[in-house]
Write a protein that binds this ligand. Structure first.
Ligand code: ATP
Ligand code: MG
Length: 250
């Protein structure tokens, strides 16, 4: 008798509209590329994914690459639902990657292939030891500039996503692209390796600059491919469909 394939367990992002778009959430253990140009709301959305998870009992970790986590929390939108106790009790862990670089002796301009392996192993060790179920790296693009070659970036993402998947950790790799570009990533290897792509953008509409979100691909589930208008509020990310006729369904 043919075996019926079991549906993949979902990691509910906690952003209701996004969970609806994904028919229940991100298939657990997927590695997602969260990509878009500057100011499109990538960090805010990624942070909400972690906070909502931590509230529900998924231990979460934010790995900050370019700005310190102190600066991040000072600058990012003040979510009503971010209880500082989540951080104090380590239900949500914030890590500055430069600190790890320094500890491992990787604080130099370009890493070798062996050093890439060391970096991946260290991140996976922390995930394993702390039992992290949701991980955000902000950004994979900044790590890419340290790896330089496509070969090393491919190796980093492949090892990391395989390791995270084995640990049952669902992750978002934040990717920065130039405004106006058609590409989903800077080094052109990230998009092919990721299990899913969520594209954030800016769009001019009647003199306003709207933020948009679109799920481009998501392995392990069907999903809407429609474009949504994104509103960043202190109660969280809100999404409404962008109607084809040109008006926004508010
Ligand atoms: N306290 C706040 N209240 C409302 N909106 C805020 C607040 N703080 C920041 N924002 C909005 O969040 C936007 C930045 O969003 P976010 O940092 O998530 O985007 P990003 O895509 O990560 O940007 P970058 O490319 O710079 O990393 C700001 O442009 C601002 O409009
Ligand atoms: Mg950001």
């Amino acid at each position: 008798m043919a075996e019926v394939e079991k549906p993949r367990e979902r990691c509910r992002t906690g952003i209701d509209a996004l969970d609806s778009i994904l028919y229940g959430g991100i298939p657990r253990s997927n590695t997602i590329l969260l990509t878009g140009s500057c100011g499109t709301g990538k960090t805010s959305l990624a942070l909400e994914f972690l906070i909502r998870g931590a509230i529900e009992g998924d231990r979460s970790m934010f790995v900050s690459v370019t700005e310190t986590t102190d600066k991040l929390l000072a600058n990012v939108i003040r979510y009503d639902f971010l209880d500082k106790k989540l951080i104090a009790e380590a239900k949500m862990v914030l890590i500055d990657l430069p600190v790890i670089y320094e500890r491992l002796g990787l604080d130099k301009a370009e890493l070798t292939m062996e050093e890439v392996s060391l970096l991946v192993a260290s991140i996976l060790n922390v995930v394993r030891e702390l039992g992290i179920k949701r991980l955000v790296i902000d950004s994979i693009t900044s790590i890419g500039y340290k790896l330089k070659t496509q070969e090393k970036i491919r190796d980093f993402i492949l090892r990391l996503s395989k390791g995270l998947s084995a640990l049952g950790c669902t992750s978002m790799l934040v990717s920065e692209v130039q405004p106006g570009t058609q590409a989903y990533s800077t080094f052109m290897v990230e998009e092919a390796l990721a299990d899913g792509i969520i594209l954030m953008g800016n769009m001019e509409r009647r003199g306003d600059l709207l933020r948009t979100l679109q799920v481009i691909k998501m392995r392990g589930t069907t999903h809407s491919r429609a474009k949504y208008v994104l509103d960043l509020t202190q109660a969280g990310v809100l999404l409404v469909p962008l109607l084809k006729g040109g008006s926004v369904n508010l």
